[in-house]
Design a protein around this ligand. Sequence first.
Ligand code: DQQ
Length: 548
Amino acid sequence: NDMLRWQRTGFHFQPLRNWMNDPNGPVFYKGWYHLFYQYNCGGAIWGNITWGHAVSRDLTHWLHLPVAMVPDHWYDINGVWTGSATVLPNGNLIMLYTGSTNTTTQVQCLVVPTNPADPLLIHWHKHEANPILLPPPSVLPHDFRDPTTAWTDPSDPSTFLVAIGSKDDSSNRHAGVAYVYATRDFLSYHLLPGVLHTVVGTGMWECIDFFPVSVDGQAGLDTSEKAGERIKHILKASIDDDRHDYYAIGRYDANENKWVPDDAEKDVGIGLRYDWGKFYAAKTFYDHHKSRRVLWGWVGETDSEQTDVSKGWASIMSIPRTILFDSKTGRNLLFWPVEEVNFLRTKSYEFSSIDVLPGSIVPLNMPAEAAQIDIEAEFEVEKTAVTMAVEADVGYNCSTSDGASGRGLLGPFGLLVLADKDLGEQTATYFYLSVSIDGTIQTHFCQDETRSSRASDIVKRVVGYTVPVLHGEMLTVRILVDHSIVESFAQGGRSAITSRVYPTKAFHSAKVFLFNNATAASVTAKSIKIWEMESTFKQNDEEQAYQF
Ligand code: DQQ
């Protein structure tokens, strides 16, 4: 029906129909960005996993291509699972992926373009030697998957290293593990002694990603960039137990096959997340065309499987995000929509210096339906209210709080999007300040989904975490709203939150409001810019599909 059709996005990547999950093998090759993804050709739920494929010139407009790989060998008959691309020093491209075999053992497989001269990479050849890597004896057959992009061994340029995620349940460790293999030809592999990293209690590590970042925070780095004084390495794991993507910043010593986190308390699986909302199985690639590292994440549905079947599709990809090290804090990454997203901005609306008094709501008047928009807003909190707060809401936690309807001295305040005119439905993106007795201020950045839809068969939560705010900085937020997805970024991307939302009243008449539910602090929205966003797909347009 009309409402379910409306939920399809205008400028996010999604297949024309059916189920999608993890992004696979993203790469820039001969002038085209390629995105592969876990795809079920047969329906809107997980199963029969193939690699869907699409290409783009600009990471925003996509051409759907035929599926790149299907389960057609004993070693991947239960699914062509997640994998990564590696561009070799000679420019050749290879893919490694996990096959789920006829006995559902997880094995690693090699695939190469049938015609490397084809920039669209339509046809793929599974190597005769497959599977090229089996689980080592100590690893269970279901705990060995998702090979990373390979990087060059710094001490031997003809050797490549690949990480694979696993789990170690010996002595009740329930540890996530990253193994590293060395290979010269991608056909025979040698397991390096020890492990790259492991964290007790975090369970299976899916979709590991491992890459360098420059501490100057300027440009992205090639995956093979050697470790050094000005370089740190990021290790990311998708934690199967809680379905979130966790990363940590650390140092890599290739000789020792060891990566060590800067802060053991913020280790992989227990510390920072790429995104505090619905976002999983993410993967980066180095875009040598624009010298940047780009992140894709799978944003699943939070409605019921039955609804997914009725609408005929499930899942969206996040907006591709550039990743940089935050040289100002030195403790986190920055996630920001790729610059090409700005080129989709059309009509704009600007507001400035709007005072939002404690307990008030201010509509932002825009003539059009605000269902496909990009918002940038800056807030300033009344200083005296903050300095007079002796102690306020220490221990506040987005996920256990009352969300946007709660009332504290210094929060919540922010924006309501996809709201209907009487606010029966609304998705709130907000800040909330807490002050401890010694005067330390913590800023929480949260998204409240609990009133995003009147429908009941939906998971609705308050999500978010604290975000670093440096002295003299305003509170800033960017929100991408696209029908059934709200992607928010605070403080230039120090924190990101993605929500899936399914308005039943606000659809076709979505509005934007400012709100301040604090009891003590007045808030000024210093500047707000809202852009309508161009559609990159025509809704349900079969013509967009590649003809062959
Ligand atoms: N999805 C794939 C696996 C991976 C999981 C199967 C993560 O390779 O571990 O569809 O979502």
